[in-house]
Design a binder for this molecule. Structure first.
Ligand SMILES: Cc1ncc(COP(=O)(O)O)c(C=O)c1O
Length: 417
């Protein structure tokens, strides 16, 4: 079965949230005797039926290893695997499928760049990060620092939760080799002005990596218009399967980088003395890939691309405005992250209430939210809190779920404070 045969549902430009919800079977269930309100989309998103069906069909009909066999199943699996690569190319408007590398997720994509691009860096070379990164865009660079002696510099953040871009020019110098920055913050919801950041980096001839894990579920991304050099995202956050993600890299840069891992599929020739490597993108895809995951991701991206992107953004901004207003009515609640430009995510703390206790009480009301440091401990330190509670919304959430969150928070406050 090809990915393209799994036709996504088409929706009208006015946002019909009930029609959308009907595509997501997981949403239709009771939790502790209440209808599920799934507000943890920043952690992972639910999957439309078309993705579930595509995975089932692949394993039922087409399961075979790719790029190897000459038999029909292997041909079908390879065709659908490569069709999904083309779907990813269109999703982010890359110039070529040679620039699309399949990895396990954003974390592996960044580790690939830190390991491979990082191999050419020397002690004293500098990398600019920001103080609002997910651990996935901090720790790989710290590991590289331990291996090579590179220097890490950070764009600071403001109390509003925005980057202090006035400070960026002073961070560039002749030793700057890369700027790696999140497109959207998972802990604050901030949409960073990545166009302005890339323009500054270009002026210094510095390549830019964007962590798009939280941007791709909400925004339309065009890597050519952005003119970024690397773009990373995770399938599971954009309505696709877990265990599959994408590294986009500018072809000339990828060509110049050494392989990340060695093994089958990434080679041209192997002798006991030496090996030569396959061309792009296979040079970076060692071993049997997550074939089902790739094909499922293709179906997820086809689903998202069939939606009216502007209507999605409009609807999610309405949800954000509504959630922000309602949560501000809760006594003792402070929103963490009040940037002017945000995706539909609200993080907050409540006086005298620990986020873990809050999460447990809300769960008993059927409300799925996330409490913790959100893999962004430096942000928690900046705000002087150990953890926050995060309600992160997708285009299938409804205002009445936010009303239920509001009621749940009042209840928790009564019980806990
Ligand atoms: C901004 C950001 N970057 C990176 C990651 C890591 O993604 P994954 O765990 O899918 O590799 C996440 C996951 O929450 C994220 O929100």
């Amino acid at each position: 079965m090809s990915t393209s045969s799994a036709a996504p549902t088409l929706h009208a430009s006015t946002w019909d949230v009930e029609c959308i919800r009907a595509d997501f079977p997981t949403l239709n269930q009771q939790v502790h005797g209440h209808p599920l309100a799934y507000l943890d989309n920043g952690a992972t998103t639910q999957k439309p039926q078309v993705v579930i069906d595509t995975l089932t069909r692949y394993y039922q009909n087409d399961n075979a290893n790719v790029h190897r066999g000459v038999h029909l199943l292997a041909e079908r699996a390879t065709r659908d695997y490569e069709a999904a690569r083309e779907q990813v190319r269109r999703f982010i408007n890359a110039a070529s499928t040679r620039e699309i590398i399949f990895v396990r997720g954003t974390t592996e994509a960044i580790n690939l760049v830190a390991s491979s691009f990082g191999q050419r860096l020397q002690a004293g070379d500098e990398i600019i990060l920001t103080a609002m990164e997910h651990h996935a865009n901090i720790v790989p660079w710290q590991l590289l620092r331990e291996r090579t002696g590179v220097v890490l510099r950070f764009i600071p953040i403001t109390p509003q939760g925005e980057l202090e871009l006035e400070r960026l020019p002073e961070l560039f110098n002749a030793r700057t080799r890369l700027l790696a920055c999140t497109h959207v913050s998972n802990a604050l919801g901030t949409i960073n002005p990545v166009e302005a950041i890339i323009a500054q980096a270009k002026a210094y001839n510095v390549p830019v990596l964007l962590d798009g894990a939280q941007a791709t579920p909400h925004l339309r991304v065009d890597v050519q218009a952005l003119d970024c050099d690397f773009y990373c995202f995770s399938g599971h956050k954009v309505f696709g399967p877990t265990g599959i993600g994408v590294l986009y890299g500018r072809e000339t840069l990828l060509e110049s980088m050494p392989p990340y891992q060695g093994g089958g599929d990434m080679i041209r020739t192997v002798s006991l003395e030496k090996s030569t490597f396959a061309g792009l993108p296979y040079k970076f895809e060692a071993g049997t890939p997550n074939i089902g995951g790739v094909i499922g991701l293709g179906a997820a991206l086809a689903y998202v691309m069939a939606l009216d992107g502007e209507a999605v953004e409009r609807y999610e901004q309405q949800l954000l405005a509504y959630a922000t207003a309602r949560l501000q009515e809760v006594p003792g609640l402070s929103i963490i992250g009040q940037a002017a430009n945000k995706v539909s995510l609200v993080a907050f703390v409540m006086e005298d209430v620990h986020p873990h206790d809050l999460g447990t009480i809300l769960d008993h009301e059927g409300l799925a939210v996330r409490g913790g440091h959100h893999c962004a401990m430096p942000i928690m330190s900046y705000y002087g809190v150990p953890a926050t509670t995060r309600a992160s919304m997708a285009f299938y959430n409804r205002p009445d779920e936010i009303d239920r969150l509001f009621e749940g928070l009042l209840k928790a406050r009564k019980l806990l404070s």
